[in-house]
Design a protein around this ligand. Structure first.
Ligand SMILES: Nc1nc2c(ncn2[C@@H]2O[C@H](COP(=O)(O)OP(=O)(O)OP(=O)(O)O)[C@@H](O)[C@H]2O)c(=O)[nH]1
Ligand SMILES: [Mg+2]
Length: 200
């Protein structure tokens, strides 16, 4: 039998895998975020936006957008040799929210993407994770044409609890997205540790 060189000598590290959700309103950049960091070709379930859907699918601010996620995005990123994240991007439009419960099953934490031009679109995602005690980080996706607000103002507008991290990011940029994901893992870990210390 022939063994590949890479098979020999190296102790194999079985990575810990975590599931992370990427949520937020319609067209905020969830599919873009998963695509920016995924090391496998991301699985996408995109459908074309149609003329008939125009009244409900508000693309103002993202006029270049022609498709929308109807089920989920899926991607994977190895943050460290022993730490792999599976990313599940949720559909942004309200009519697909019935899928969130299934998607959030077993999730370690979540990223709620927000766009300051329509901040209210992410309220539902913030509520969803708060109610289910799923730790989350808010990532403000900085589109070029949106005004910049101080982080504290955005935090107040979202009525976020003090311990919820809020970070500025660019969903198209791998390093920026990686930072957000590291933030989610750290936040989820300290959240779990706090909960444990309360219950023991
Ligand atoms: N300028 C700019 N454009 C972005 C950014 N992120 C996403 N886009 C664009 O914004 C549009 C929306 O991005 P998507 O990733 O499809 O958004 P989504 O949240 O997956 O949308 P739904 O699945 O329909 O809810 C696309 O045309 C992207 O190219 C960003 O940070 N800056
Ligand atoms: Mg999408």
């Amino acid at each position: 039998m022939i063994f590949g060189r890479s098979e020999r000598g190296k102790p194999r590290v079985e990575p810990v895998t975590f599931k992370i959700l990427v949520a937020g309103g319609f067209g905020v950049g969830k599919t873009t975020l998963v695509g920016a960091v995924s090391e496998i070709r991301p699985l996408r379930t995109e459908e074309l936006l149609t003329e008939a859907g125009r009244p409900v699918d508000d693309t103002s601010g993202v006029e270049g957008k022609h498709t929308t996620t109807v089920a989920m995005d899926f991607g994977r990123i190895t943050l460290r040799e022993d730490l792999v994240l599976y990313l599940f991007g949720t559909p942004g439009q309200e009519r697909f929210w019935f899928m969130w419960d299934e998607l959030s099953e077993g999730a370690l934490g979540a990223v709620v993407l927000a766009d300051t031009r329509r901040l209210e679109d992410c309220f539902a995602a913030v509520d969803y994770f708060e109610r289910r005690s799923i730790p989350f980080v808010v990532g403000v996706n900085c589109f070029e044409r949106s005004a910049r607000y101080p982080v504290e103002d955005v935090r107040q507008a979202l009525d976020l609890a003090e311990d919820v991290p809020l970070v500025l990011c660019d969903a198209r940029d791998r390093e920026s997205v990686k930072e957000v994901l590291v933030g989610v893992v750290q936040h989820a870990m300290s959240y779990a540790a706090r909960r444990q210390s309360v219950t023991t």
